[in-house]
Design a protein around this ligand. Structure first.
Ligand code: AMP
Length: 317
């Protein structure tokens, strides 16, 4: 680490050529730990007319994060990723201090995907002395995770706006696994005229369907086996949607029944809402978002699925 909060590591990166050859080379990854230095990096490249992609994360990277980075790599001249376990989005009784971290493994993953700059600021640099300004996105922050984690989306929106102001990305990448987060950011960007393109990316799952999450590492082997109930419950809901079921209560009952069949699983919420407003549905019509938060043992997991009537694959649009 240099005194300027900037260092360069080298990672191996492989690529398939169209002829079927695989090439292996080294790529430099700059790690930047100061906000001022990150701004300098971004200004330098923006002034040269380069597009910059940004993938914000809290680290302990898995294939879900990596899928966002791969997309960002393809769609921009330069790619920045951030690792910041943001204190303002954790409640007092949540897992801020125990959140899993492995910066060495994360740096290697970033280098191998072709991230150009990895931004890992200190909390005291992001939230300097006298910090007192927050972004509150009102209605879409209220239901679902907003109801069980008061203040969470205020912390998320605030840190994301700060990251956008620091990196000035052309494109910013978010996973649909955190669907409400994505809608909070979309709303903030629209309402505050933020000059960035928000790119939603599909949820990456384990082989049995469990959505990848850094928090899956908290699960015991038995809890891990039971955790697939979130995915199964969403599939039960999809079956009802495909069969034309219109009563939200029916979806909620079927999903809750599937979850509570597992002894370690305790629903925090089971919801069926409009995919944009996130308001509860009185009747299921053209589209719906089934969203779940479930405690499996002591670990809180979330997952969701979007349904669209005129989209046979029910692919998110
Ligand atoms: P996190 O580190 O959990 O804050 O996540 C950073 C970004 O990665 C967010 O945009 C998440 O929605 C996204 N992400 C997390 N898990 C997945 C996944 N399984 N599939 C796709 N994106 C994900």
């Amino acid at each position: 680490m240099t005194g300027t909060g900037r260092t360069t590591i080298t990672g191996l990166r492989g690529a398939f050529l169209s002829e079927g050859f695989f090439i292996l080379g080294t790529v430099p990854l700059e790690t930047i730990t100061s906000v001022a230095e990150m701004k300098r990096w971004a200004k330098l490249h923006s002034a040269a007319g380069k597009s910059i992609g940004l993938v914000p994360t809290m680290g302990y990277l898995h294939e879900g994060h990596v899928s966002l980075m791969r997309r960002g790599r393809r769609e921009n001249d330069l790619l920045a990723a951030s690792i910041f376990v943001n204190p303002t989005q954790f409640g007092p009784s949540e897992d801020l201090s125990t959140y899993p971290r492995d910066l060495e493994a994360d740096s290697l993953k970033c280098a191998s995907v072709g991230v150009d700059a990895l931004f890992m600021p200190e909390p005291g640099d992001v939230y300097g002395p006298g910090f007192q300004t927050y972004v509150d996105v009102l209605e879409v922050s209220e239901p679902l995770c907003g109801a069980s984690r008061p203040g969470h989306f205020r912390g998320v929106a605030t840190v994301v706006l700060k990251l956008i102001n620091t990196v000035a990305p052309t494109n910013i990448y978010f996973g649909m696994k955190d669907f409400q987060q994505l809608q909070v950011i979309n709303t903030m960007v629209r309402d505050l005229d933020v000059d960035v393109n928000v790119v939603p990316c599909p949820t990456v799952r384990e082989a049995d369907g469990l959505a990848m999450s850094s928090r899956n590492s908290y699960l015991s082997p038995d809890e891990r086996r039971q955790a697939v109930c979130l995915h199964h419950a969403l599939h039960e809901a999809k079956k009802l949607f495909d069969a034309g079921e219109r009563s939200p209560e029916r979806y909620l009952r079927v999903m809750a029944d599937r979850i509570t069949r597992e002894p370690a699983a305790q629903p925090d919420y089971v919801s069926l809402v409009h995919p944009e407003t996130l308001r509860s549905l009185e009747e299921v019509d053209d589209s719906a978002l089934a969203a779940l938060a479930v405690r499996v043992g002591r670990t809180r997991l979330i997952d969701n699925m979007v349904f669209h009537r005129n989209n046979p694959a029910n692919k998110p649009v």
